[in-house]
Design a protein around this ligand. Structure first.
Ligand code: NCD
Length: 365
């Protein structure tokens, strides 16, 4: 990454050029793996996973092992001191003092940024609640670059849980930064893309349409990005029951798609893609997961020796009577954290979870 920002919390902290550098380095690593063996010899990565994971955790671990480094960490907080009530802050402080890079996944929005505030080494966001998932986005960018040859001029359909899917939010933010992309959002009314993400898309000059029929949308797409309904983010089992099984990509729907359309999915799949689609050459989700390992090798190499004092994590301001109103934000749960807001075109935006306070104009700075 050309930018000086030490951690990877949100890709927006870096110029697009640096995302391209990571993607291009990953392509080189995939082609010439032998050159990179031992590149992280003597280095240690800590993976702190407070939420379940298969691909993200294993691809990071495999990436570090292939680079010659070592790994420590946990994927079951019940076996760490978290079970005794230790705060994210203290756990991160300790893990970062034993390692050269910390990779963290947590169920609370903004929690990885909060963790990075006290870390002694670079911290990577491996998913923070329903908020962001920047390393999946790097995986998706690499897959698109390698398989479609470009990150621009694409019509991308997103289908499923567009409200709670952090991979959708991160990827939409990223693809909005490339030229001439168009988006089709395919979801139920309850699971639409959040307004703040739609604002980012429109203010970047990109257009989107919202539909509720996969059949109608599929013929126009270059890329179909399927997602799972995020059961763990629902308030009740009944709400989830109403949403599950609404969309299912099957071979019949694939017949309506273009011959060069590709199907991506961050995985895990539940029942939104029929097994019969796996044999279709346009179904690239397993290949996509494999690209994830190379992009994480590239990311580790780009981040590992970064000076964490190079740039402050919080650049906004605290306002005397304003608090983030998102109950899923880390600031609602960790009283010691500042309620820090940035000024986004006159609107206050929480620096941890990006929640906007729209009924109050930011006139203070
Ligand atoms: C995604 C996640 O954890 O957000 N999985 C992944 O990292 N590959 C998608 C999901 O869980 O649905």
């Amino acid at each position: 990454m050309s930018a000086n920002f030490p951690h990877l919390i949100d890709l927006d902290n870096y110029p697009v050029e640096s995302w391209n550098n990571i993607v291009n380095l990953a392509i080189d690593i995939k082609r010439h793996q032998h050159i990179y063996v031992g590149a992280c010899s003597g280095k240690i990565m800590a993976t702190l996973f407070f939420e379940p994971s298969t691909r993200t955790q294993m691809s990071f671990q495999s990436a570090m092992l292939r680079l010659g480094g070592g790994i420590i960490g946990f994927d079951n907080p019940a076996t760490s001191s978290v079970a005794k009530g230790e705060s994210i802050k203290d756990t991160t402080k300790i893990a970062s003092s034993y390692s050269d890079i910390v990779v963290m996944r947590h169920f609370i929005e903004g929690s990885v940024k909060a963790a990075a505030l006290t870390a002694d080494c670079p911290v990577v966001n491996a998913g923070d609640g329903g908020h962001l998932h920047p390393t999946q986005t790097l995986t998706d960018l690499l897959t698109l670059k390698a398989e479609k040859g470009t990150l621009s001029g694409l019509t991308v359909g997103f289908c499923g849980d567009l409200k709670n899917g952090r991979t959708v939010h991160s990827l939409l933010k990223a693809l909005s930064r490339y030229d001439n992309n168009k988006f089709v959002f395919i979801s139920t009314d309850e699971l639409k893309v959040p307004d703040y993400i739609k604002d980012i898309v429109t203010s970047s000059g990109k257009s989107f349409t919202e539909v509720n029929s996969l059949e109608d949308a599929i013929p126009s797409l270059d890329v179909l990005y399927m997602t799972r309904i995020q059961r763990e983010r629902f308030g009740s089992a009944e709400e989830y029951e109403k949403q599950k099984n609404v969309f299912c990509l099957d071979s019949k729907k694939m017949e309506l798609a273009r011959k060069d359309m590709i199907v991506l999915h961050p995985l895990p799949r539940v029942d939104e893609i029929a097994l019969s689609v796996d044999d279709d050459p346009r179904a690239l989700y397993f290949k996509q997961a494999n690209y994830g390992m190379y992009v994480r090798m590239s990311l580790i190499l780009s981040v590992i020796n970064r000076d964490i004092r190079s740039q402050p994590l919080l650049t906004g301001k605290e306002l005397p009577d304003v608090k983030c109103r998102n109950p899923k934000c880390i600031t609602a749960l960790e009283p010691s954290l500042p309620h820090s807001f940035r000024n986004c075109n006159g609107v206050l935006e929480c620096e941890f979870c990006d929640e906007r306070i729209t009924d109050r104009q930011c006139t203070l700075y």
